[in-house]
Design a protein around this ligand. Sequence first.
Ligand code: SF4
Ligand code: SF4
Length: 501
Amino acid sequence: MQGSLIPNEFVVDVDHQRCRRCKRCILNCGFGVFDFQSMTTADSSKCVACHRCVMFCPEDAITITRNPLAFKEHSSWGIDSRKAIWKQAESSGMILTGMGTDLPWLNVFDHLLIDACQVTNPSIDPLREPMELRTYLGRKPDKVEIEVDDKGKPRAVNSVENNIKLETPIIFSGMSYGSVSLNTHRALAIAAQRLGTVMNTGEGGLHRELYPYKDNIIVQCASGRFGVHSEYLNAGVAVEIKIGQGAKPGIGGHLPGEKIGLEVSGTRMIPVGTDALSPAPHHDIYSIEDLRQLIYALKEATGYKPVSVKIATVHNVAAIASGIARAGADIIYLDGFRGGTGASPAVIRDHVGIPMEIALAVVDSRLRQEGIRNWVSIIAAGGIRSSADVAKAIALGADAVGVGTAALIALGCRLCQKCYTGNCSWGIATQRPELVDRLDPDWGAERLVNLINSWSLELKEILGALGINAIESLRGNRERLRALGLDSTVMEILEVKPAGV
Ligand code: SF4
Ligand code: SF4
């Protein structure tokens, strides 16, 4: 027998009574599903359910359904397990995937509830009273020193001058130019500037066109050192050393040569068409002392701007975070195992790492126990889906959160998980010029601004319900969280009481 045993995941149906043969579906599908002979035809085997054709068909003539597979059910050998085995039996390779894990692991956020004020402790109405979301990222002084001026007025003498000032505790996570399009980076940069927050370049450097957004950009220095040079390091408000990424802890990255066109090649400083392989480790970091050297080299190179260190959340994350703080970092970026990616082996994405919620709680507790919590700010990322998640992450100990997948969904992403193919029909995770043009950066920026403004408004409502008027009062305030449906060990680790207590 020859041919593939792998069944189509989706079935694409074109209603020929409705179809007016305009061929828009052919133009819109990045995956080449549609063709036209005497009528519009669809090759379901290529469909990834990105839904671009459905959105742009003027006659609503296209229906995509999940292929109703009539395989014998088996509690251990689910359809996905069997499909993965067929795929590997046919390819002898790793199964690649994009975006975050879709396995039904316990989501801790979904088992945490936020407190509210009632009779004796009044809530605050955010429509009538000011609510403070402003956030400063970076090292804070060990104690507040007060001096009294000539008029007898006291004022704080400590300075947080080189902290990053954010108008909302939400930033855009690192997504590299190369894995996403320049128009995606443009939308993120414009939105970050309008919101008074920051975007992160990811590991692919920064296109020169975006240098004017330097006050709203964190530049990343990853193991491949793509696009890293002195001007780049100074083209942001902070530098981030990426040690690990939530979706693929402990492994490097691979951007295929087909995505390295002229512009990406110029930005990454590698030849056109070559594969961009970032090594799993930084070849100059094998200890906390090595990390310290890089942190201080980057501080020297940038006039002592804050340095962030990004790590994937793994089992001994609290000890690692303590080492990072002691190595001189100003920010620790914790990327949980639900974080997105342009490309990762599915086995790593789905089975390596731990949830950000748990990592965040243990890191915050450890740094407090050691009396060094003020040395660093913590950014939590990897699975933030709503303002409720933001509030819960901050109550667990985060200073701010990073959003990546949610930002891409705002730009049109349908979570088809095929970013690694470079065929993203929505112009997000692609370098094909005709696809990139589909994402208008100004339209995208407006949607991102709307999303983050909506979440910020909701955060103010949550603060009001809690009877507090500043996000600072929620930071690490786990007393205002309760667990529902978590076992006692997880509650103990989170230091959160059960609901009703
Ligand atoms: S976009 Fe819709 S109407 Fe146009 S050719 Fe395709 S199926 Fe037919
Ligand atoms: S960015 Fe594009 S390719 Fe990636 S999951 Fe979203 S729609 Fe699919």
